[in-house]
Design a protein. Structure first.
Length: 285
């Protein structure tokens, strides 16, 4: 009889467990960007400074260039006189203009989650404007390696963006993006303007998705733009993104080929960095 009850309760437990599994592991929370968070960057920033892990910078720069490439970071460290700041994931630097009366920050990270974490802490420190300099894969056949793209809108295809925005697209800050476009025009530098598809899954850029976004007229695919725009809008700061083409997806209509050309982009990334620097050092900031 005891054995019967043991078996009976085990069977009941099994089917009750299956019921809850079928109900779904993830809660249906709707628009997550409207819900409160337990963690916050202000508290962590205060903790890190008090523990000596983060350097207290006063005044903190209001303008930051986000970079995502070790090659570009090496170029910056080699060609500019920067000062490394303790903390901020060990990749934050200060750069003064020639007159020494203005300072911008340079932050190197990689991928949307890392960008979001450092942006949150930099915003809590006082940053008001971000310009991201990065690489992107071309979805449109007329784009070539080294071409410049000012991203004004990004498809929210990565996971972190959904915690900051419930929309399919996130947008660049119009005023900052306009300053970049004006600078490029005055400098006679060719560029395209359009939409980039942001995704976390570099090795799962699916053929059908690539074709879909290409048919919609999306110019590029990258890993950061939508998260950068989403966080900036959520926190009420400005953000712009300028990209250089580093690889081709579906370059040839007849084939479903990927053509990486990352080794050719170092000089183009360096040029974009100088553009971002000059824009942020201009009087419009």
């Amino acid at each position: 009889m005891v054995l019967f009850y043991i078996v009976f309760f085990l069977v009941i437990f099994k089917y009750v467990s299956l019921f809850f599994v079928c109900m779904g592991v993830f809660p249906d929370l709707g628009d997550k960007s409207k819900l409160p968070s337990i963690t916050n960057p202000e508290q962590l920033l205060k903790y890190q400074i008090a523990s000596g892990k983060y350097e207290k910078v006063d005044p903190f720069p209001e303008d930051v260039i986000l970079i995502h490439s070790n090659r570009l970071l090496g170029c910056v460290l080699e060609n500019f006189s920067v000062r490394k700041v303790r903390g901020f994931y060990d990749n934050f630097y200060l750069l003064k203009n020639k007159g020494g009366n203005k300072t911008i920050g340079i932050s190197k990270s990689g991928g949307a989650p890392a960008d979001v974490m450092v942006m949150e802490e930099l915003i809590a420190s006082g940053v008001k404007r971000f310009v991201s300099v990065g690489e992107a894969g071309a979805l449109q056949s007329y784009l070539n390696v080294g071409d410049f793209v000012v991203c004004e809108r990004a498809v929210n295809g990565n996971g972190v963006s959904r915690y900051y925005s419930n929309h399919d697209f996130s947008f660049a800050s119009g005023s900052l993006s306009s300053r970049i476009k004006d600078f490029l025009r005055k400098s006679d530098i060719d560029f395209s303007v359009g939409v980039s598809w942001s995704t976390d899954a570099f090795y799962r850029e699916l053929v059908e998705e690539v074709k879909h976004y290409k048919d919609l007229g999306v110019l590029t695919v990258d890993m950061e733009s939508s998260a950068i725009f989403s966080v900036a809008e959520f926190r009420g700061v400005d953000a712009a993104v300028i990209l250089t083409v580093s690889d081709y997806l579906l370059k040839h209509e007849a084939g479903e080929s990927w053509v990486p050309n990352f080794k050719y982009t170092s000089d183009f990334l360096a040029k974009l960095f100088v553009i971002a620097k000059d824009v942020l050092f201009s009087k419009g900031s």
